[in-house]
Design a protein around this ligand. Structure first.
Ligand SMILES: [Zn+2]
Length: 130
């Protein structure tokens, strides 16, 4: 499989690793939106978040927590975004599930538009809880 994140996870491609546990690895983004922008990936290949096995999801969750703590305690980051995209329409560029932790300082970091719209939450709540 020709997946750049699998190659990073296996050590075939070097990275600036900042955290690792049994099933996840965290490394600095090569094209950061701000200093400290970190990517967290499961070591096993999954394309989207809902496809992860429980072990990978737990490991990724722990890594997000630990990376965030490091950014706050060691790098003085106060505000940050955790971002995760699934699929091309949702701006996923590498098809190996990954979470971004992006420090926000001044105009550095993630920029986005929150395009809220009217939605039928009654229908959706019923659908998702049945
Ligand atoms: Zn992969």
């Amino acid at each position: 499989m020709d997946c750049i994140f699998c190659k990073i996870a296996s050590g075939q491609i070097p990275c600036k690793k900042v955290y690792e546990n049994e099933d996840a690895i965290a490394f600095l983004d090569a094209s950061p939106l701000s200093e400290g922008h970190t990517l967290i990936i499961p070591k096993r290949h999954f394309e989207k978040a809902h496809q992860m096995d429980r072990e990978s999801a737990e490991a990724v969750g722990e890594a997000i927590l630990e990376v965030s703590k490091k950014l706050v305690k060691k790098a003085g980051v106060l505000d940050y975004n955790v971002l995760q995209n699934n699929g091309k329409l949702a701006h996923q560029e590498v098809m190996h599930v990954h979470f971004h932790v992006i420090p926000k300082k001044g105009d550095k970091g993630l920029e986005f538009v929150w395009g809220a719209e009217k939605a039928d939450n009654t229908r959706m709540a019923k659908l998702l809880t049945e």
